[in-house]
Design a binder for this molecule. Structure first.
Ligand SMILES: Nc1ncnc2c1ncn2[C@@H]1O[C@H](COP(=O)(O)OP(=O)(O)OP(=O)(O)O)[C@@H](O)[C@H]1O
Ligand SMILES: [Mg+2]
Length: 360
């Protein structure tokens, strides 16, 4: 019978599945030289497998005395070892807090001797924090919706009555009062509408994220103080995504405007793009995610509001309404994405994460 050449072999399948794992898997020989790694390990090390395979493990991740000892123990005693909550320092990527399982391997026909499974713990913490945030936001949206309904109905009546009154008033000086009532009623309606967030469904089309970023850069650059600079650093390999261009422009514009306001007269904003592999967005793991980052070197988000900035009406600015970020977050979510924030004095990152599954 003719063999189907398309059909994957068992070992092909195994390596495909390995690349789907969120756990970083590294295999070394008896001298701790890397024999193979999966996609999650590439992310952990910050390097592609072509670069690292064949090289010494210690060349890519700092092996302190304790870690070296554990690796050699596993080889010598031929027993698995589990190391909990260890800080690991890859030399080309950020430090991670991780659980580590080191197991001996016995394959007569390969030189694979050691299997390392590394599960990043901050990832779990981040995901459970995100879950919590999502639930809180859903509650806050439900409350806002109920409140908005209660406010908008009487406001409409108030406005109509003021208009009627204006048409009956003979003294023109009194019209100032009805005008104030109408203007304030309109302002409140507008505020409530903004609190409710976007109510249109996204119009999805092929979107070039760099065109969007450059458009936002252009919009903001027009009225930028002299001491402020906006630079760009993009990964050109990011493909077009399926999303609502206007919504993405608005979301990023809100982020960049916040950065401009936080910086005042001096500072730098950097717009960056990159691809994340095996990343969780809104509780779902995606193989590829585009990360559009707005970074500024301003003072950072005030600590007392840092955990609440995505809720409506939370602001650190005297003239702020505290709606820019919740609106941006809703727009991101309508496009299957999420906005995350990391902030400390001198470096604030707002990341718009957009899964690339819907790539054209
Ligand atoms: N890049 C940033 N650096 C420092 N603080 C920030 C930054 N971005 C947001 N913030 C803080 O988060 C708060 C909330 O931002 P948000 O955009 O939701 O509201 P706002 O800017 O105050 O008002 P609005 O956007 O509705 O005009 C801001 O008031 C500010 O204190
Ligand atoms: Mg704002």
């Amino acid at each position: 019978m003719k063999k189907n050449p398309e059909r994957p072999t068992a070992s092909n399948l195994a390596s495909l599945w390995l690349d789907e794992l969120a756990t970083a898997v590294l295999v070394t020989d008896g001298d701790l030289h890397l024999v193979a790694i999966n996609s999650a390990a590439e992310v952990l090390l910050g390097l592609s497998r072509d670069r690292v395979v064949g090289g010494a493990l210690g060349q890519w991740i700092r092996l302190d005395r304790y870690l070296s000892h554990q690796l050699h123990q596993t080889l010598d005693l031929d027993q698995s070892i589990t190391v909990r909550a260890r800080h690991l320092q890859p030399l080309r990527a950020p430090e991670v807090l991780a659980d580590l399982v080191i197991s001996p391997l016995h394959h007569a026909d390969t030189n694979a001797r050691l299997l390392l499974e590394i599960t990043a713990l901050d990832r779990h913490q981040r995901i459970s924090r995100e879950d919590q945030l999502r639930q809180q936001q859903a509650i806050s949206r439900a409350v806002t919706r109920g409140l908005a309904h209660e406010i908008k109905n009487p406001l409409g009546g108030l406005r109509g009555a003021a208009q009627l009154l204006a048409s009956e008033l003979e003294d023109p000086a009194l019209h100032d009062y009805t005008r104030i009532i109408i203007r304030e009623a309109d302002r409140l309606t507008n505020l409530v509408d903004r609190m409710l967030g976007p109510n249109n469904l996204p119009q999805r089309e092929a979107v070039n994220v760099h065109e969007v970023l450059e458009h936002v850069r252009g919009l903001v650059s027009v009225q930028l103080p002299l001491g402020l600079r906006i630079s760009a650093n993009y990964d050109p390999s990011i493909p077009e995504i399926l999303g609502d261009r206007d919504m993405l422009v608005q979301a990023l514009l809100n982020l960049v405007q916040n950065a401009v306001q936080a910086l005042g007269d001096h500072g730098e904003i950097r717009l960056m793009s990159s691809i994340l592999r095996q990343h969780t967005v809104s509780g779902q793991r995606h193989r590829l995610v585009a990360r559009l980052r707005v970074r500024d070197n301003g003072p950072g988000i005030p600590e007392e509001i840092r955990e609440r900035i995505f809720f409506p009406m939370v602001t650190g600015r005297a003239s702020g309404t505290g709606l820019g970020l919740p609106i941006a977050q809703s727009l991101a979510q309508l496009n299957n994405g999420v906005i995350e924030c990391n902030s400390r004095p001198g470096c604030t990152d707002f990341d718009l994460l957009l899964p690339l599954e819907s790539t054209l």
